[in-house]
Design a protein around this ligand. Structure first.
Ligand code: BGC
Length: 754
């Protein structure tokens, strides 16, 4: 291979996005980036009138305490720019009135809230939404969330989280779009568009907050808030692309992450926050800290005190201090001492004011009380059900046991069968749990109460209660088939909820073994917030539906899938491991010099076997290699055949394109959907390249017997990656390309870049 790099395919600004976002046949078109100059005049006029105290006040975000007199006074004095966690529209209006009518300059507040996968109508957790591989569903969910939350005055949500997440121990994987930068980019953009709409100034929108900038998903050992070690080219290839895609789509705000990268807390990282985000990308939105993350640079070992933390964050470019009290306490003094310039403060304030103008808050600060509290519209519930249906991944269906015929007696059992709270997953601060329809309720509705035997057994996922299990198993014996709804409670994933054992908690494994021993067919629904180790479930179930916490309408969605009213179409946005200790596990790994070959398992090793007798390749003696179910995997009640890949050319120049097509046929008897996935491998690079990278995908629905050709256009620039000096380049050489229904199948086609 000619090692010479393509001369300054100096993609710079554009290139980082091209590297991830260009190919998807179904990527949603990016929302129009806000007109950068539109509010400059108003911002400058206002800024010119502000005292230093008022400027610093705009940078201060506090959590809600209602209309407490002290709070009203702070607002009146211009000492608060934003309030999070107020969700009562009358309170919001009262606070806003104080800001708009009683403070000197009348600058409105932005009211913020973590609306992560729905406000009242809860959609599947983001990891489940990623399993739909359907940006339209993600966008619609965000639009509904914005409509509901803005109806009480929340105009800023701390979502989407686009942290590429490759470690299932990390509880926050639940909030992510999974392990792949391309999938996270496409879905992150869809969510931004859904929240912000065509015009952010409309009162039924919310400003998106793309978080956590950046690298948080790499938290060492899958432990929350932990350090990360990420060389910059890797940061640019894997962790930054979804942020870049969202910035280009007009995301109004970003949030700094809690982690340090290579020892530097992101809240103090000028290179990230200024050189890359502002100068390279040209983004002019609002960067907020995470909850108290400026203050947390003290325990992190970076700042000796709060004053230093405030100085570091302001100079690095964190515009707003979330509940950290660092800016309000120290910025004035820091300006007086010359450690932070007033010019720097003005820059931070401009970003805050610009965001308020973009949101239309100066024209329209108040909630319209008569139309407030717009929750649970029938169309929203339908959309939530459809999202839950498309998020479920069928992993196994021995003897086509699913869909279940309607003349069977079905025992519904397991700790998540009737879990109004837990079925909604993490980050549902505003949940009204009685609105949740559970699996048990929906199965009764679907099959008729006489056909359903409710056999509760364990009442929550961690419970170990042999007597309750025995009672449930006895009841299940009376049925023709058992539906075991197992998994993890909501509280076992999400922020600060990490696990090292990724198997079913509590007495569930034992319960499943006993259910299996009844001799009845077992269908397991695994409801969870992360990729779990499911060997026991595979062994003891005829069929498995893997459902990330599915939200309000999870029950009807699952009943529709179990009964065959709807055909499963979800695909995994993460690998499911063979063993918990395989983490981090992801399909897009490097090959190593000794890829797995001739795997020897621990029980097959003879006594006193020689050191090298088990082979010297890259695998685990007790888990082999690779995923149990790979990224991208998902079955259907019908079958699809993928024809050979046809390329328009087998070579292209550095600025060239080629198309890759594949005819897909529904060879089964039911209508169904598959996700055609385009993967590429760069065989030799100046830096070692991953074994596969997702470059595009398209979800298509086919009638029985129907064939359709899916075509992806691949640009050479889509093959670019970052070299050790952080330049983005396409290297000439040989490549492989697949179009397949998952990351582990399909026959490669070769092509070259000249
Ligand atoms: C989380 C953020 C969240 C913020 C505000 C933090 O602890 O890391 O994701 O948006 O709290 O609630």
């Amino acid at each position: 291979m000619n090692k010479k790099l393509f001369p300054a395919i100096a993609f710079g600004l554009l290139g980082a996005l091209l590297a991830v976002g260009a190919v998807s046949a179904c990527s949603s078109s990016a929302a129009e980036a806000p007109d950068k100059s539109r509010y400059d005049v108003q911002v400058e006029e206002l800024l010119a009138k502000m005292t230093l105290d008022e400027k610093i006040g705009q940078l201060n975000q506090l959590t809600g305490v209602g209309c407490a007199p002290d709070r009203l006074e702070e607002i009146r004095n211009g000492a608060v720019g934003s309030i999070l966690n107020e969700i009562d529209p009358d309170t919001v209006n009262a606070l806003q009135r104080e800001a708009v009518e009683n403070s000197r300059l009348g600058i409105p507040l932005i009211i913020a809230r973590d609306v992560i996968h729905g406000f009242k109508t809860i959609f599947p957790i983001p990891l489940g939404q990623a399993a739909t591989w359907n940006p339209a569903i993600v966008e619609e969910g965000a639009r509904i969330a914005a409509d509901e939350a803005s109806s009480v005055g929340v105009r800023w949500t701390f979502s989407p989280m686009v942290d590429v997440s490759r470690d299932a121990r990390w509880g926050r994987i639940a909030e992510s779009f999974g392990e792949d930068p391309h999938l996270a980019s496409v879905l992150g953009v869809a969510m931004v568009k859904g929240y912000q709409g065509e015009d952010l100034a409309k009162p039924n929108t919310m400003a998106a907050c793309v978080k956590h900038f950046v690298g948080y998903g790499a938290s060492e050992a899958g432990k929350d808030y932990n350090t990360t070690w990420i060389p910059e080219p890797h940061l640019r290839d894997v962790y930054l692309p979804p942020f870049k895609a969202c910035a280009d789509a007009g995301a109004a705000t970003f949030m700094c992450s809690f982690n340090d990268i290579n020892g530097m807390p992101t809240n103090a990282d000028r290179h990230l926050l200024r050189d890359i985000l502002r100068d390279e990308w040209g983004w002019d939105g609002l960067m907020c800290s995470d909850w108290s993350s400026i203050q947390q640079m003290i325990p992190q070992g970076y700042s000796p005190d709060l004053k230093h933390a405030a100085e570091a964050a302001a100079n690095a470019g964190v515009d707003m201090d979330m509940q950290g009290f660092a800016y309000i306490a120290h910025l004035k003094e820091l300006v007086q001492e010359g450690k932070v310039s007033e010019k720097t403060i003005d820059g931070l304030v401009r970003n805050v004011l610009r965001t308020k103008f973009r949101l239309g808050l100066f024209d329209n600060p108040y909630v319209d009380i008569p139309t407030s509290r717009r929750f649970f519209a029938p169309a929203s519930l339908e959309a939530a059900r459809k999202a839950a249906e498309e998020s479920a991944v069928l992993l196994k269906n021995a003897n086509s046991i699913l869909p279940l015929r309607d003349n069977l007696k079905i025992a519904v059992t397991g700790p998540l069968m009737d879990a109004k709270h837990d079925q909604n997953g993490t980050w549902v601060f505003d949940l009204e749990k009685d609105s949740t329809v559970t699996v048990l309720e929906a199965m009764r509705e679907m099959y008729g109460p006489d056909r359903i035997i409710a056999a509760p057994g364990l009442s929550f996922s961690r419970e170990k209660n042999p007597a309750a299990v025995a009672a449930a198993v006895a009841k299940a014996r009376q049925a023709d088939v058992i539906l075991f709804v197992c998994g993890e409670e909501a509280v076992l994933s999400g922020e600060a909820h990490c696990r090292t054992d990724l198997t079913l908690p509590g007495g569930q494994k034992d319960m499943l073994r006993q259910l299996r021993a009844t001799g009845k067919p077992v269908v397991s629904v695994v409801m969870t917030g992360r990729p779990m180790e499911i060997n026991d479930i595979v062994e003891n179930s005829d069929a498995i539906l893997y459902v990330f916490h599915p939200g309000t309408m999870g029950g009807p969605a699952i009943a529709n899938l179990i009964s065959g009213k709807v055909n499963p179409s979800g695909h995994l946005p993460v690998c499911l491991p063979r063993a918990s200790a395989q983490q981090p596990l992801y399909y897009s790994h490097k090959n190593t010099g000794r890829p797995a070959e001739g795997i020897t398992y621990i029980d097959d090793i003879p006594l006193e076997a020689g050191q090298t007798s088990t082979g010297c390749t890259s695998f685990y003696l007790d888990a082999g290699d690779g995923a149990l179910y790979p990224f991208g995997f998902g079955l259907s009640y019908t079958d699809f055949s993928y024809g050979p890949v046809v390329l328009s050319a087998d070579r292209m120049g550095a600025d060239g394109t080629l198309t890759a097509s594949c005819e897909i046929e529904n060879t089964g008897k039911l209508k169904g959907a598959t996700v055609a996935q385009l993967y590429v491998r760069d065989l030799v690079g100046t830096l070692c390249r991953p074994v596969k990278e997702l470059k595009g995908f398209e979800k298509i629905t086919l009638e029985p017997g129907e064939k359709r050709t899916v075509t992806f256009t691949l640009r050479a620039s889509d093959l670019a990656y970052h070299l050790a000096d952080n330049t983005l380049a396409v290297e000439p050489g040989d490549f492989r390309l697949w179009i397949a229904p998952d990351s582990a199948s399909g026959d490669p086609k070769e092509f070259a870049v000249d």
